[in-house]
Design a binder for this molecule. Structure first.
Ligand code: C2E
Ligand code: MG
Ligand code: MG
Ligand code: MG
Length: 285
């Protein structure tokens, strides 16, 4: 009896695995054609200094699936990473974001997220170099966002790639800081320009006094290492007040602005109106 039950359970499990695998493959195929068919686009989320000045935008990928509608990056980025599709997708994001930022009148920064897979495959420094030349974007206006996972993959390889990237004149930000392993040795062994405090800490400020202590410590650490500190996920005035009192340099979050098509921020970037109106139809996609 027990054996029969076990086999039954196993068959259900197998069917479930099979279904998940098929769904994943379908999503991968759809993403491949979305990339080829120009169905991917970018939203831009503003970053403000504590004095309220817009200092940059983070480019965030968006995909409106023909049948399923909006699919969040948290769902399709892992699929893209597993299949290697993140390499051409990431290249598209980089080129698109640099081209966009190069058209802004205000010389503020643009942040682009990089996947650890882009460090393992292809030649990232050469790609970034040629995209900068091609788009004419001033290298110091490009900020590449990486997570610690990039460094624990293959530390010496990753840090040499990061160094080559930095020598191009671009900035490197450590994203989602405080999650994952957050080994302090990473901070010491690579000169990041900026630390992005993960939103999970920001959201705990009111609820948990310990998170306030953690934020205080991260800010102190950044200060000591001459790294800029930006807090992510800022949604309330209380969080803003706390973070600026603690000495964060900049803030990003729904309170400052949500990720939107760049046309929504035409004034903030000083985007030429003519270009904005040509691009406007993309908004509905
Ligand atoms: P991330 O790089 O940490 O980006 C910040 C995420 O937090 C974004 O989610 C943003 O919409 C969200 N966010 C910002 N402020 C707030 C807030 O105040 N409240 C809330 N609830 N959320 C806020 P999104 O766009 O869904 O992206 C999720 C993750 O997907 C990103 O996290 C990043 O890891 C990845 N991702 C997005 N675009 C790309 C890309 O072009 N390439 C790669 N490799 N990964 C990307
Ligand atoms: Mg990011
Ligand atoms: Mg983040
Ligand atoms: Mg993230």
């Amino acid at each position: 009896r027990a054996k029969a039950d076990g086999r039954g359970v196993f068959r259900i499990f197998e069917a479930d695995m099979d279904r998940k695998l098929r769904e994943r493959r379908a999503l991968e195929q759809d993403l491949r054609s979305a990339l080829a068919g120009g169905q991917l686009f970018l939203h831009y989320q503003p970053q403000a200094s504590v004095s309220g000045e817009i200092v940059g935008f983070e480019a965030l990928i968006r995909w409106t699936h023909k049948q399923r509608g909006t699919i969040p990056p948290a769902e399709f980025i892992p699929v893209a990473e597993e299949s290697g599709l993140i390499v051409p997708v990431g290249e598209w994001v980089l080129r698109e974001a640099c081209r966009e930022a190069a058209s802004w009148v205000k010389p503020i920064q643009v942040g682009v997220n990089l996947s650890p897979v882009q460090f393992r495959q292809g030649n990232l420094p050469d790609l970034v170099h040629s995209v900068l030349l091609e788009t004419g974007l001033d290298p110091k206006r490009l900020e590449l966002e990486v997570t610690e996972s990039v460094l624990f993959d293959d530390f010496s390889r990753a840090s040499s790639i990061l160094r080559r990237l930095k020598s191009l004149g671009v900035k490197i930000a450590l994203d989602d800081f405080g999650t994952g392993y957050s080994s302090l040795s990473y901070l010491q062994s690579f000169p990041f320009d900026k630390i992005k405090i993960d939103k999970s800490f920001v959201w705990m400020i009111q609820k948990n006094p310990q998170s306030a202590a953690i934020i205080r410590a991260i800010v102190g650490l950044g200060r000591g290492l001459s790294m800029h500190i930006i807090a992510e996920g800022v949604e309330t005035i209380d969080q803003l007040d706390f973070l600026s009192e603690e000495g964060c340099d900049a803030l990003q979050g729904y309170l400052i602005g949500r990720p939107y098509p760049i046309e929504a921020y035409a004034n903030e970037v000083g985007r030429p109106a003519a270009i904005a109106s040509v691009a406007r139809p993309r908004r509905g996609r």
